[in-house]
Design a protein around this ligand. Structure first.
Ligand code: NAD
Length: 245
């Protein structure tokens, strides 16, 4: 595949790689993204996912929010794919400093990555909006309708909904990693969701790698564009076999 050899060389030479990714990193694990042809936008719903996953919608129609959320945002029995495993391997080898992700599925940690900055939170964490009590995923999967805490308050996922702000500490750490990175690998994101997509403006190096199966708005700015499936690309670059999944 074109570009693979150059990416291998840059990875070999660096101990300061940062990865920034999105929903496309998990499609090979069976979790749909939003904007691919087979993504959630192209399936039939009364509203687009961004409307349902907005703060306004959550407040106005919580039952519908939870119906969509349970069906589409929580994936059961999913496993990390070769992209997640390759990134965890690069971190273990002391080459990769951090994974910055827009994903909420927890698959980077499941693959063994330790420094994972979850810009949009995680479906694995949930909390009571009244008393603050923490709940795991079971509170959502094991309930129906709007999940309720023992205190009577509503349980909300620790996921950043559209219209909600990002955690400032996570954002600042991401800026720090990206601005100091030698190689920045961006993959599986349409780069259309802000402020997350704006983070890449902090990169100052000359090894900006973009791995995506479709064209993105950043293609012209990248130093290396690899068109393909990210699991296949990173799997090949890092020597992760299909069987290791
Ligand atoms: P997106 O759906 O807007 O874009 C996904 C991008 O990844 C597209 O450009 C698509 O072409 C590409 N892609 C899909 N599969 C790929 C593959 N195997 N290899 C390489 N590229 C691939 O996703 P986004 O930019 O992350 O923004 C959507 C928002 O919704 C984000 O906040 C995201 O985290 C969230 N979301 C998360 C999940 C998850 O946690 N797994 C799933 C859906 C949406």
């Amino acid at each position: 595949m074109e570009g693979i050899e150059l990416l291998k060389k840059w990875i070999d030479e660096s101990d300061n790689i940062v990865f920034f990714g999105g929903a496309g990193v998990s499609t090979e694990s069976g979790i749909p993204d939003f904007r691919s042809v087979d993504g959630l936008y192209n399936q039939q719903y009364d509203y687009p996912p961004e409307t349902i996953l907005s703060h306004t919608f959550y407040m106005r129609k919580p039952e519908e929010f939870y119906r969509f959320y349970r069906n589409k945002m929580i994936a059961k029995d999913v496993k990390p794919n070769r992209a997640h495993l390759a990134l965890a391997k690069l971190e273990a080898e002391g080459k990769l400093r951090a994974v910055i992700t827009q994903n909420i599925d927890g698959l980077h940690q499941a693959a063994g990555s330790r420094e994972v900055l979850e810009l949009h939170g995680s479906v694995l964490r949930n909390y009571c909006t009244r008393c603050g009590r923490f709940y795991g995923l079971d509170a959502i999967t094991g309930s129906e309708g709007v999940p309720v805490c023992s205190c009577g308050g509503t349980i909300k996922p620790d996921v950043v909904l559209y219209e909600e702000g990002l955690d400032q500490e996570t954002l600042q750490k991401s800026v720090d990693y990206i601005s100091r990175a030698d190689v920045l690998i961006i993959g599986g994101t349409s780069l259309t969701v802000y402020p997350a997509a704006g983070l890449i403006d902090y990169y100052r190096g000359r090894k900006l790698v973009l791995i995506n199966k479709d064209v993105t708005p950043l293609d012209k700015r990248a130093d290396l564009v690899i068109t393909g499936k990210i699991g296949e690309v990173l799997g090949e670059v890092c020597g992760i076999n299909q069987e290791e999944k």
